[in-house]
Design a binder for this molecule. Structure first.
Ligand code: NAD
Length: 420
């Protein structure tokens, strides 16, 4: 599970999860082996001209895990820690996620090892366009459709769409989702993942017979997923008591002024405390706060065997991909913490990405109400399906979601058969 430098390898975690779920699925060992491997991996090293005239070489990845149920689908991440095993794990989780919400996509992921915080907008644009060109042999609306992930956004998607379209000679909006609405992006896509987190949290509260009004919420991360989740919980009358970014967290047990905090973050790219009522906390302290719902919405491996026993939340709703290790899962399950796993909780993003792709292919524009209504229906249905499996098989929610997702992918693989 860990390499020599103690870094937890997310791909090993993802493969371990398959073994846990496989106990409840009747799969042939060869099929199981296939699911543990990615289908296609591309590593590219490419030059980018920096603003000071120098040339820097970057490394990027695009990995397709499985396409049995449809085209490969998954975000692109810009982060210094991106490596092949992280991208493989994220691609695999995309496969299960699309299957859990039952949309006709396979799983993929991409990333570039870089620090966008130290790059200008022009440098990020040149990096994006060259990376798109390098991986374009894998992309296409029928093949592989990227979307935003950590430190990428609608503008980056617009550059991907433009570069791919130039290569083709005509506009191909369906090659990427999470685009600006002006370029064929779907209304409601920017909010979709956070909305989905809240819908699945509401389903968990309903099952546990707890109210949303006054529920204490702690959120790690205030980017797309964390920020939208915070605003939406706030609107529903819950109390967001803590939120963080990569540098620090802010805490107020009476509830934070989320609008002020997020508006400031958007303008100045940092979090700032109102000293009279709020205090600064670390990301570790945030995770261990006494709260009703904890939403990890940043990066992988945040809840591990080291801190799991100190987690006091009653419910964890995983906005991030892979925030909890299998060892931590065991501890949290023993403590009776109800977990809405990533492949269910954050599936709102890929669901509305699917809507965006459908609209692009059919040249339709759906209203925001229509998108939200369809999203809510799918997230509620999927939550119920996972909960039913969890209750009937007496297994944790994560295992239940994996059983549902992996089961659907395995069945698609069986029906298609092994060629030749
Ligand atoms: P983002 O770039 O918009 O935000 C990331 C947030 O995480 C930022 O607030 C950043 O400060 C914080 N962060 C980064 N490193 C951190 C660290 N070491 N410790 C604590 N916080 C840290 O990214 P996002 O799109 O909101 O993605 C967040 C998570 O949600 C990722 O795991 C991503 O894979 C997952 N996710 C995103 C989407 C989507 O639609 N954007 C969909 C499904 C899942």
């Amino acid at each position: 599970m860990k390499t020599e430098n103690e870094k937890i390898n997310p791909f090993e975690v993802a493969k371990r999860q398959i073994d846990i779920a496989a106990k409840y699925l009747n799969l042939e060992s060869g099929f199981l082996e296939k699911l543990k491997h990615t289908k296609r991996e591309l590593i590219v090293h490419f030059p980018v001209k920096m603003d000071d005239g120098t040339v820097k070489v970057f490394t990027g990845y695009r990995v397709q895990h499985d396409v049995s149920r449809g085209p490969a689908k998954g975000g692109i991440r810009y982060h210094p820690d991106v490596d092949l095993d992280e991208v493989r794990a994220l691609a695999m989780w995309m496969t299960w996620k699309s299957a859990v919400v039952n949309i006709p996509f396979g799983g993929a992921k991409g990333g570039v090892q870089c620090n966008p915080k130290e790059m200008s907008l022009h440098e990020i644009e040149r990096l994006t366009r060259r990376f798109t060109w390098e991986i374009s042999i894998m992309l296409g609306p029928e093949q592989d459709i990227p979307a935003p992930d950590v430190y990428t956004n609608p503008q980056v998607m617009a550059w991907i769409m433009d570069t791919y379209s130039i290569l083709k000679g005509y506009s191909v909006p369906g090659v990427v989702t999470g685009k600006p609405v002006e370029l064929g992006g779907s209304l409601g896509r920017f909010e979709a993942t956070g909305r989905g987190v809240v819908i699945t949290a509401l389903e968990a509260l309903k099952y546990l017979r707890k109210p949303i009004e006054g529920a204490k919420i702690a959120i790690q991360g205030c980017g797309n997923v964390g920020g939208v989740t915070a605003r939406h919980f706030n609107r529903l009358g819950a109390k967001v008591i803590a939120i963080s970014d990569s540098k620090k967290g802010i805490y107020n047990e009476k509830g934070l002024d989320i609008k002020r905090i997020l508006d400031y973050k958007a303008q100045y790219q940092c979090l700032i405390c109102e000293p009279k009522e709020e205090r600064e906390i670390t990301n570790q302290e945030l995770l261990e706060l006494d709260c009703d719902i904890l939403v990890p919405a940043a990066i992988e491996n945040q809840i591990t065997e080291k801190n799991a026993s100190r987690i006091k939340a009653k419910i964890i709703v995983e906005g991030a991909n892979g925030p909890t290790t299998p060892e931590a899962d065991e501890i949290l399950n023993e403590k009776g913490i109800f977990i809405v796993p990533d492949i269910l909780a954050n599936a709102g993003g890929v669901t509305v990405s699917y809507f965006e792709w459908v609209q692009n292919l059919q040249e339709l524009i759906w209203s925001e109400e229509e998108v939200l209504e369809r999203l809510t229906r799918i997230m509620q249905r999927s939550s119920k399906e996972v909960l039913e499996i969890s209750l009937s098989k007496k297994i944790p929610m994560r295992t239940a979601a994996l059983v549902l997702g992996i089961g659907r992918v395995a069945e698609a693989t069986r029906l298609r058969g092994i060629y030749p």
